[in-house]
Design a binder for this molecule. Structure first.
Ligand code: TRP
Length: 449
């Protein structure tokens, strides 16, 4: 089985696929709404610090583990640390993938509906209040959100069945750069709206009184979520990367591209949020009620709205395939299923959970646990617990358990340890695991500053 493993065919393919995984609803839907709920600029600064200090090193670590382990997350840990329990990280990853993929598909389903709305010109002549009620009516209904969730998951399954090269790589290469261009166009329109300054200042002027242990944990969760870290997605993709590739520059490029898209999305959204009198802490609907306002204010808005929602669907798809790949690679390689069967089984099981998430805004909005709907519970637990804890265990494993020489081999090959590598190892051993643990324990209240 090992020798038939698929692989990425080119250098740009690797970056495009990992960037395709990273860039998605996390940047364009989740980043603005979580930032809006956590007070703006101060959250943004902490988020950036986490990307640089923890995100990039963790991405490099996950790529290294995957490429050295040559298997799915679970199998990679088994290969690198036989006769130990570290494969547990892999199991957590599969559980995390289930949770994230479920609510992710529900939101991706909304983007499909919005693509449809764009095509039939449903945003035309609607004011801010109309757009709010359009969003609420749709997300709280019980039929179409479910249909779209399943359609989206089905599309995800189709790409995953096709395999790595023919499927994942082909789509991401062309469409991600296009997404970038469209967002820049939206930015230009947004910053020239009347009242744009207030939005930019919300985003870029930190108000340090807004910082709390909760804000710090949410920023960490968002950083990991956005970069697809902490649950083995990048380990799984890393296992398909050719031995010749330089991991360091791949990890840095992917992280930078992902952060750039998040910032550009913020710049498209917050000026409009303030210009149209929308509350920045409106929650998961923020992008869906803000951007249609912007489209109406721009020449060619009809076409832009179609292209934008189309690309958002694609961005979501290149991320969801990476999530599904974690589950499918595990089923296929560890439970000896064919790829097709593994995909079938995942489609059905994730589908059930996805439907529950899709119904969380309507018929099942009263079904709660700890005050969270199913959707909120999956999002909160996965992003703010599983990813930080997973990330912490991964860096701990890499820094303290895995042989330094083998780690070095993946990152700089045969060359002698240089300064950059030493700094990197210092972060992995001494900074990252403890920083993540502190943020986490502080927020759950087990430790107080
Ligand atoms: N990073 C993706 C986004 O921003 C979502 C995603 C894909 C993800 N794989 C992941 C999030 C693994 C956490 C973990 O849309």
């Amino acid at each position: 089985m090992q020798q038939n493993r698929d692989g990425f065919s080119s250098r740009f393919g690797v970056i495009a696929a990992a960037a395709g995984s990273a860039i998605g609803l996390g940047n364009i839907w989740r980043f603005p709404y979580v930032l809006g709920e956590n007070g703006g600029g101060a959250f943004f600064l902490i988020y950036l610090a986490f990307i640089v200090l923890l995100g990039i090193p963790l991405m490099l670590t996950e790529m290294s583990i995957g490429r050295a382990g040559q298997r799915n997350t679970y199998g990679s840990f088994r290969n690198l640390a036989p006769k130990s329990k570290w494969y547990f990280i892999g199991i957590m990853g599969v559980v995390g993938a289930y949770m994230i993929l479920s609510f992710y598909s529900a939101v991706a389903g909304w983007t499909l509906q919005y693509l449809y709305d764009a095509v039939v010109n449903n945003f035309a002549n609607k004011n801010s209040a109309d757009l709010v009620s359009m969003y609420e009516t749709f997300t709280s209904s019980s039929f179409m959100p479910v249909v779209w969730t399943l359609v989206f998951l089905f599309l995800t399954g189709l790409v995953v069945v096709a395999g790595i090269e023919k499927g994942i790589e082909k789509y991401t290469k062309i469409l991600m750069p296009l997404l970038f261009v469209i967002i820049v166009v939206l930015d230009i329109r947004a910053v020239s709206l009347d009242g744009a300054e207030e939005g930019l200042s919300f985003l870029f002027n930190p108000d340090f009184s807004k910082i709390s242990s909760k804000v710090v944990l949410e920023a960490l969760g968002q950083a990991f979520f956005s970069l697809s870290l902490g649950m083995g997605t990048i380990i799984t993709y890393g296992s398909y990367i050719d031995k010749k590739e330089k991991l360091f520059s791949s990890a840095v490029s992917v992280s930078l591209a992902d952060t750039a898209i998040a910032v550009l999305a913020g710049v498209a959204i917050f000026p409009a949020v303030f210009a149209f009198g929308i509350e920045p802490d409106s929650g998961p609907g923020l992008v869906f009620i803000t951007l249609p306002n912007v489209f109406q204010q721009m020449p060619g808005g009809y076409f832009f709205s179609i292209i934008f929602f189309f690309l958002l669907v694609i961005a979501a798809l290149t991320s969801s395939i990476s999530l599904l790949e974690v589950i499918v690679a595990y089923f296929a390689e560890e439970l000896n299923m064919t790829r097709a069967k593994a995909t079938m089984v995942s489609f059905i099981s994730v589908g059930v959970l996805g439907v529950l998430c899709a119904l969380s805004f309507g018929p099942m909005s009263k079904v709660t646990l700890f005050g969270f709907t199913i959707f909120q519970l999956f999002d909160y637990v996965a992003s703010n617990i599983l990813l930080p804890v997973g990330g912490m265990l991964i860096v701990f494993f890499a820094g303290w358990v895995w042989a330094r020489s083998r780690f070095k081999q993946e990152i700089i090959g045969e060359s002698k340890e240089n300064g950059l590598f030493k700094i990197f190892m210092f972060i992995i051993k001494f900074v990252a695991p403890f920083a993540i643990a502190l943020v986490f324990l502080n927020a759950v209240g087990l430790l107080k500053f």
